[in-house]
Unconditional design. Structure first.
Length: 182
């Protein structure tokens, strides 16, 4: 009798472990992690983020529209863990001074511009708002529209005038942020 109970408990534990692993991997595969980086003229910029997909949803808009990321609400600028940027030297980020180091990035979407926050709190799970008292700054970035809507959230870093340009693209939104060494 005891042997049957132990076998039953063992099977139950195994099934729970398999379910946990499956659900954890399923969530990550729907928003896989990625890294964008660029080395140009001694400047190294690296952004680690996760890539959610549109999958037929309204991404940016009003709550009445059922938008996944409503205007005026915190967004972790990706999925899963908070998006981070690492810089090897002091730069201006969209015209704002930023010292070398690692920072988390977040956004407050709007119809014509996004507020991009740069915060010293890194390593947190991105679904929760950061400690806003740890903001280095918040800067406004105008929205441009990609020629073709972008299905999966994408971060690109390209060589730009005097440094780099960071692109965040998803659905019908494109943000371009110049990053220039000091």
């Amino acid at each position: 009798m005891l042997k049957k109970i132990l076998i039953g408990v063992g099977i139950l534990a195994l099934l729970l472990a398999v379910a946990f692993i499956y659900l954890n991997n399923r969530n990550r595969s729907m928003s896989p992690p990625d890294t964008a980086h660029l080395d140009v003229n001694g400047l190294h910029v690296e952004i680690s983020y996760s890539r959610p997909s549109v999958r037929g949803r309204v991404i940016f808009g009003s709550e009445d529209e059922g938008a996944l990321q409503p205007y005026g609400a915190y967004w972790r600028l990706g999925a899963n863990e908070a998006t981070t940027i690492t810089l090897n030297q002091d730069v201006t980020f969209n015209g704002m001074p930023l010292k070398a180091g690692s920072y988390s990035l977040y956004a407050i979407p709007g119809p014509d511009s996004f507020q991009i926050g740069v915060n010293t709190e890194t390593g947190q799970w991105g679904a929760w708002e950061p400690d806003f008292s740890k903001n280095v700054f918040v800067t406004e970035v105008p929205v441009t529209r990609p020629v073709v809507p972008v299905e999966q959230f994408t971060t690109r870093i390209e060589e730009g005038s005097g440094g780099a340009v960071v692109y965040f693209e998803w659905s019908n939104v494109q943000l371009m942020i110049p990053v220039v060494p000091n």
